[in-house]
Write a protein that binds this ligand. Structure first.
Ligand code: NAD
Ligand code: MG
Length: 391
């Protein structure tokens, strides 16, 4: 039996993972499931998958979790340290599907114990790419991408020589506002931004898709994971979301990965790798699809892409600053205190202020320095937003 854990099991990626595991329960020994405030879902899945332990990120939810698990063999725990402890329990495979920088420490703990880490939590690579990859190398753990674009690139590279790669093209749907007039974006609401044309995902990544902060994070994720030069990575808007990524080789060949927008493909690929096994995803009928469209991303509409390119060139802890400031700006947009277009302006201003402090982004990358930088970026984002509100 393969021992597995799912971090962030109650979320969108987590539930798709639970769905795949539940189809083959006899093959898996489920060690830990973790979630947030959705205690009913967490307890339900922990019972159903016969997990050893269920962990909520929030200590104030522990009593509810204990009640919900009463009479079962599942242990209950709570808090950030319990998350890391759960991730450190020896298993073969861990799904990293917590949203945000909160996924970094548990992911590192999972890699340290030598597990294969299926990484949906792109923020880990954005904030601490070198640290995550070095940890995997040092422990013999393995990192498999779950983001659909990165799973696609990984698959296009099987059997290929990375030195023969000329460019990597990741696709973007364009998000909820791709056809809105630029002027209307100023007053776009969180509810409007939470409406993805093609994918069914958590609220935060859905809004990040509308602003292309998600694609911005993915640019950095591509550079970190595949170790390609920033100038070799392109973004193309592809409204159908059927091609997830393409790899261009030095002989001019372009290998595309095509499939329906269903994350169970990328999750299942990472679960079954290096084999391919049956997965319950729809098969594309290309005659019905008819045509695929592409267009260049509009730089004025998506400033996040420009910021991500600057971050890739800057290196060091710039990714942690970028992500931390973005998470705070997104919190504020969801809370209704800043506008849709303000998010990129806040992130840019925080990056500028960090750049003005010599050495701040050049500290050695450790879990501690990344966490400190993440916190500082959030604090400065709050300061910038307060100043902009006062103007
Ligand atoms: P989600 O919001 O649906 O779920 C997030 C999960 O993390 C939940 O289980 C939640 O309880 C938990 N969580 C939230 N805050 C936490 C905290 N502070 N500490 C511990 N746990 C916390 O998010 P999602 O859409 O499933 O995305 C998860 C990750 O996967 C993100 O990094 C996202 O960018 C990435 N991703 C998602 C998709 C998708 O289709 N949803 C696709 C590609 C990549
Ligand atoms: Mg993606």
């Amino acid at each position: 039996m393969r021992r597995i854990s799912i971090l962030g099991s109650t979320g969108s990626i987590g539930q798709n993972t639970v769905d795949l595991i539940a189809r083959d329960l006899d093959e898996f020994d489920v060690v830990a499931l973790t979630g947030g405030r959705n205690i009913a879902q967490l307890a339900h899945d922990a019972r159903h998958l016969r997990a050893h332990v269920a962990v909520t990120a929030y200590p104030e939810c522990l009593d509810d979790l204990r009640d919900a698990l009463a009479g079962s063999d599942v242990a209950a725990a709570a808090g950030p340290e319990a998350l890391v402890e759960a991730a450190a329990r020896p298993v073969d495979w861990v799904m990293s599907a917590i949203v945000g920088a909160a996924g970094l420490a548990p992911g590192i703990a999972a890699l340290k114990q030598g597990a294969t880490l299926a990484l949906a939590n792109k923020e880990s690579l954005v904030c601490a790419g070198t640290l995550v990859l070095d940890t995997a190398r040092a422990s013999g753990g393995r990192l498999l991408p779950v983001d659909s674009e990165h799973s696609a690139v990984f698959q296009a590279l099987i059997g290929e020589d990375i030195d023969a790669v000329e460019r990597v093209i990741i696709t973007a749907s364009g998000g909820a506002f791709r056809d809105w007039p630029l002027e209307a974006l100023k007053s776009a609401t969180p509810a409007e931004a939470s409406n993805h044309p093609n994918w069914d995902m958590g609220q935060r990544i859905t809004i990040d898709s509308a602003s292309m902060f998600n694609k911005a994070l993915e640019l950095i994720e591509t550079k970190e994971y595949f170790d390609v030069h920033p100038d070799q990575i392109e973004v193309i808007v592809h409204p159908e979301s059927l091609i997830h990524a393409m790899v261009g080789f030095r002989d001019g060949a372009l290998m595309a990965h095509v499939g329906p927008p269903d994350m169970r493909h990328a999750i299942g690929f990472a679960l079954n790798w290096p084999q391919r096994r049956d997965l319950p995803v729809a098969r594309l009928d290309l005659a019905q699809v008819g045509q695929l469209n592409f267009r260049a991303p509009d730089a004025a509409r998506y400033p996040a892409l420009r910021l991500a390119r600057a971050v890739m060139h800057r290196g060091g802890l710039a990714g942690a600053v970028f992500n931390g400031a973005k998470e705070r700006a997104l919190d504020a947009f969801i809370a209704g205190t800043i506008g849709f277009l303000d998010m990129a302006a806040v992130v840019e201003e925080v990056l500028t202020r960090f750049e003005a402090e010599p050495g701040l982004m050049d500290a050695e990358m450790t879990l501690e320095t990344v966490t400190k930088t993440d916190h500082l970026a959030r604090t400065w984002a709050d300061t910038v937003m307060a100043q902009q509100a006062g103007q």
